[in-house]
Design a protein around this ligand. Structure first.
Ligand code: FES
Length: 105
């Protein structure tokens, strides 16, 4: 659980941000105050989801949208519900919150 580069939890509600933890490119998602973590790899083309930077979340926080070709994923499960990789799923990453920071399990 030791991760000296753990990001602090300053992410706004209904938003997402890229984080790098233990050399892994990840997407941290805040859906109405609940946090989820996924590999930053879209199953459509095996590319990062946020080449333009910024949040991938919609206003409700329920969906995140890949910036490359618009695939939409449920923010709490990573399941693709619209777009070119429908039915596929982002890879979830297990983590622990401690002292206001994220640590990979
Ligand atoms: S790479 Fe994500 S929708 Fe194509």
């Amino acid at each position: 659980m030791d991760s000296p580069n753990a990001p602090s939890l300053s992410i706004a509600d209904n938003s997402s941000q890229s984080v790098t933890l233990e050399g892994r490119s990840l997407i941290l998602v805040n859906r109405r105050g609940e946090l989820f973590l996924f590999e930053n790899n879209c199953p459509h083309a095996n590319e990062s989801m946020d080449p333009l930077g910024g949040s991938l979340s919609d206003d409700s926080g329920d969906l995140i949208r890949c910036q490359r070709h618009g695939a939409e994923f449920l923010a709490h499960t990573g399941e693709c519900v619209a777009g070119p990789c429908m039915g596929e799923t982002l890879t979830p990453v297990a983590f622990t919150l401690a002292g206001g920071q994220i640590y990979l399990d």
